[in-house]
Ligand binder design. Structure first.
Ligand SMILES: [Zn+2]
Length: 279
């Protein structure tokens, strides 16, 4: 039996066990909170979504994340589109990207972009919530061939927050471990997109670390090598599969005879098989 997902009127976690109300196979609320998630509209929930990263909002933060993960709170495209472009929604947007099925950056692009910038800043800072590279990946995974480059260009270059070249290489290594990164190997505009970011950074005259990291060719060489290894692995796997199929198909006496033996071998085999048996 799991605990009730609702909060009490004093915003404390309910201590009751969840009990079946007959509506869901797996109950998430106690009988007392049976309609907890069904009566409040998204607009009524809205103040709960502000500043979820703050220390005093840890109960709300866990509450909203659990509800989104369990599908008890369903955020719609219209609702996200209606949100004002404010930093206070950053953590909420991250939770939507992490748990809301069908969530798309296009639901509110300006808010998405502001949130990505804020997540980059938090990823370099110590705070009540630890923003990791995985959270940056979460903001990319929905549409990597678009968002990978958007997220890179959104890195804030104010002097306070600067990734070193080493941190950038760690970031790209961590991207490579993710399944979504494979789609970049097939993306024909990759080089042009990276060149676009280089030109953008150069024009803005931001902090030069990231610009030099992209421009000195280290990243390009790393990507080309990763791509080559990816294709070797991919074609190696396909050939292995094909080999088993061909061997399986050819392992019939008639096919072996026709395909695998030379003329001499065939004649010898016929001569040998036509000899009378000594026994
Ligand atoms: Zn309860």
């Amino acid at each position: 039996m799991s605990a009730c997902y609702a909060l009490t009127a004093a915003e404390k976690p309910c201590r009751n066990y969840a009990s079946s109300t007959g509506e869901r196979e797996r109950p998430h609320t106690c009988r007392h909170h049976a309609i907890y998630f069904t009566t409040k509209t998204l607009d009524e929930w809205k103040p709960w979504f502000w500043n979820l990263e703050r220390a005093h909002n840890s109960i709300r933060r866990n509450h909203i994340e659990s509800a989104l993960r369990a599908g008890l709170l369903i955020v719609t495209r219209e609702f996200v589109a209606s949100l004002r472009v404010r930093r206070s929604y950053t953590y909420f947007l991250l939770l939507c990207a992490r748990w809301q099925r069908g969530f798309s950056y296009s639901w509110n692009e300006p808010l998405y972009e502001l949130s990505v910038k804020q997540l980059w800043i938090w990823s370099s800072a110590i705070g009540p919530v630890a923003i990791t590279l995985n959270d940056i990946h979460t903001m990319i995974q929905e549409s990597p061939t678009k968002l990978f480059y958007v997220v890179l260009a959104l890195y804030p270059h104010e002097d306070t927050y600067i990734y070193s070249a080493f941190q950038w290489s760690l970031f790209f290594q961590s991207c490579k471990q993710k399944e979504w990164f494979d789609s970049l190997y097939h993306y024909e505009n990759h080089a042009a997109k990276i060149q676009g970011i280089i030109e953008y950074l150069d024009k803005k005259n931001y902090n030069r670390v990231f610009l030099e990291f992209l421009r000195d060719g280290e990243f390009t060489r790393w990507f080309a090598k990763s791509k080559a290894l990816y294709y070797i692995e991919l074609t190696g796997g396909l050939l292995q599969e094909l080999k088993h199929e061909i061997l399986g198909y050819s392992w019939m006496p008639e096919r072996m005879y026709d395909w695998c033996l030379t003329k001499d071998e065939r004649e010898r085999l016929v001569a040998w098989s036509s000899k009378p048996c000594k026994n």
